[in-house]
Design a protein around this ligand. Structure first.
Ligand SMILES: [Zn+2]
Length: 271
């Protein structure tokens, strides 16, 4: 064999080793394009888990919503001066655990999601029902259940006995997690949990006016999931103790429009 042939043979061998290594290490083409910038990782139960790559996207799923009102709003997570938000270039996948739901509960959830989607310009993708128990202790990646990606947003029902945080007049809880994107410093909201107090909401839903209030409770909790925090103004739905507000207030709508206008992962600013 000539030395030239030897060179090409060993070169081919190295390439094959590299390909096998990439396969074994779970690296992907996107990792290679970002070579030199290591994929961000999360520590889950003591294990280093690489941040899942986002779904493919050609840009925003829904158009930006322009705020036409102004008032009080706040964000749950700030990264310097910038709120941490969902990536508007991918739909927010969600699952519902129907266990313990009052009659009509699921319809109310779908109505609340439609309202948040309309006010934010964020798209929600229904993945159907789940048996995962909605809990704020859930792992953000559950490969056995949902595959190699972040868990979908989950909505479920509970009671004061099972979840003491629901005691008293608390009718629901909601929030998301702030995590880094696969590459770079930008943070995004992921996961998302809403737990609703089934007996409280069932009682409300027995009258037409109460049904509107129950819907408002779910809208408030999903408001947290898309990043909104509480405000002191009692005319806003994001006030922590809802007296009789049944729809979004002017500050809520301004905050929701901003919550849907975040940056896209790997695409830059949404157009
Ligand atoms: Zn709240």
């Amino acid at each position: 064999m000539t030395s030239r042939a030897k060179f090409w043979l060993s070169f081919l061998f190295l390439v094959l080793v590299a390909v096998v290594y990439l396969g074994a290490s779970g690296m992907t083409w996107t990792d290679i394009q970002n070579l030199g910038t290591p994929r961000n990782a999360l520590i889950i139960e003591g294990e280093d888990i690489r941040i899942p790559l986002p779904e493919d996207s050609d840009g925003r799923v829904l158009p930006v919503v322009e705020a036409t009102t102004s008032g009080a709003y706040s964000f749950m997570f700030m990264d310097g001066d910038t709120p941490v938000l969902w990536d508007p270039c991918r739909p927010i996948h969600y699952v519902i655990n129907p266990t313990g739901a009052p009659p009509g509960g699921e319809a109310l959830i779908r109505q609340a999601i439609a309202s948040v989607s309309e006010a934010t310009g964020l798209s929600f993708y229904p993945e159907g029902l789940t048996s995962e128990v909605a809990s704020f202790d859930r792992a953000l990646i559950q490969e056995d259940v949902y595959g190699e990606r972040f868990v979908p947003f989950i909505i479920g029902w509970s009671t004061e006995t099972d979840l003491p945080e629901l005691q008293g007049s608390v009718a629901g809880l909601g929030g998301s997690s702030s995590v880094p994107g696969a590459f770079g410093d930008q943070r995004f909201l992921q996961g998302g949990v809403v737990v609703l107090d089934a007996p409280d909401l069932a009682k409300m839903m027995s009258t037409e006016e109460g049904r509107a209030l129950a819907l408002a409770v779910i809208m408030h909790e999903i408001g947290h999931v898309v990043g909104l925090g509480h405000v002191d103004d009692a005319l806003e739905l994001m006030n922590p103790s809802n007296s009789n507000v049944k729809g979004w207030g002017p500050g809520d709508l301004q905050g929701l429009a901003l919550a849907g206008a975040g940056a896209c992962q790997g695409i830059g600013d949404p157009e």
